[in-house]
Write a protein that binds this ligand. Structure first.
Ligand code: TXA
Ligand code: MG
Length: 323
């Protein structure tokens, strides 16, 4: 079982040494916990895929501690990338641009581009700085399952297979980074922690491609982010079928708590930022509540609500998969 250490300087030093030795370290970011490996060590990166049971065609995000580190990974930095970096880094925005040969193919699944972001989390930044290498890190969950926003979530899914989990408490943003490709026209590949509206204010119109039928970014795979229990999006608080243990994930409030085995509320004040921060933790608790079915009420599809609804739709598509 992985050692779980609070995020002290000592733990960060230890994590940095492990990364340099080609070992895996889970660490907190502002979005979700990452499962990190040194991006320049293909065998360490291969181990990330193995531990996550992630298909090799799904490329990883490389984490850097400053924009200069990104410039060493990308072939060229597009003027739009410069603007976005100025506005949103450090932060939950990943940019996909043509890569340099130093980036191993296993990181990018053989694609000619590499996804890079600078996280806005002091522990993540200190770890990358101390390791002095870019860190390839997907979310620290098993492939297709719920993302981790607490160290215990990481321990539950992959703790048995890694060396160290650095515990930095709860991830404040709670949904993964927004992924934007800037090869030709700007394309949104995954809605996330930076709202699309904010990005368009800086670089103008962005093509939305994240619901495409044939995914160009594997985060677009239809079933993803799923609890181990079937999840269904219901238009309103709907009475559950008789005889089933049903949990309800509400946006602001519930009128009939007695209908459900258990109820989770994303944000009593209707704040989408708070809802995103609570989102995965609520789903983890529902997953553990021995239910037959989870009902979820949709949230408004603006700002961070877009990222939440994207994850909910993908989780609900897994319904047939788990049956
Ligand atoms: O917030 C986040 O981004 C978290 C934390 C740990 O930083 N990381 C994360 O990584 O969500 P992961 O591996 O779960 O998601 C990476 C996403 C996937 O949808 C992947 O397909 C896409 O980024 N991606 C990575 N490289 C790409 C590339 N070269 N072209 C297109 N999409 C890419
Ligand atoms: Mg993920």
């Amino acid at each position: 079982m992985a050692e779980i250490l609070p995020a002290t300087e000592e733990a960060i030093d230890k994590g940095a040494s492990l990364l340099r030795e080609g070992k895996l370290v889970a660490f907190p970011t502002e979005t979700v916990y990452g499962l990190g490996a040194c991006a320049f060590l293909p065998r360490a990166v291969a181990r990330v895929f193995e531990v996550k049971e992630r298909p090799f065609f799904d490329p990883l995000i490389v984490h850097v501690a400053e924009p200069g580190m990104a410039e060493e990974l990308w072939e060229r930095v597009d003027p739009r990338a410069r603007l976005l970096i100025e506005c949103f880094w450090p932060g939950p925005l990943t940019l996909v641009l043509p890569k340099r040969p130093v980036v191993p193919d296993i990181v990018t699944a053989g694609l000619p581009t590499v996804a890079v972001r600078m996280p806005a989390h002091p522990v993540a930044l200190a770890l990358i700085r101390k390791a002095r290498v870019p860190v390839a890190a997907p979310s620290a969950n098993l492939f297709g399952r719920l993302s981790p926003t607490l160290a215990q979530h990481v321990a539950k899914q992959v703790g048995g297979q890694i060396e160290l989990i650095i515990d930095g408490g709860r991830c404040p943003v709670g949904v993964e980074s927004t992924v934007i490709e800037l090869v030709e026209e700007a394309v949104l590949l995954r809605p996330g922690g930076v709202p699309l509206e904010d990005i368009e204010r800086v670089i103008g119109k962005v093509r939305v491609d994240f619901q495409a039928a044939s995914p160009r970014s594997p985060g677009q795979l239809p079933s993803h982010y799923a609890p181990l229990i079937p999840l269904k999006i219901v238009p309103l608080e709907t009475p559950p079928p008789l005889g089933l243990r049903v949990g309800f994930l509400a946006f602001r409030r519930v009128e009939h708590p007695e209908w459900f085995e258990t109820v989770e509320i994303l944000s009593p004040s209707g704040d989408l930022q708070e809802a995103a921060a609570n989102f995965f933790a609520c789903l983890h608790r529902l997953e553990e509540a021995r239910l037959d079915l989870i009902y979820v009420e949709p949230v408004p599809e603006v700002g961070l609500g877009r990222a939440i609804m994207d994850r909910l739709r993908k989780a609900s598509k897994a319904l047939e998969y788990w049956k």
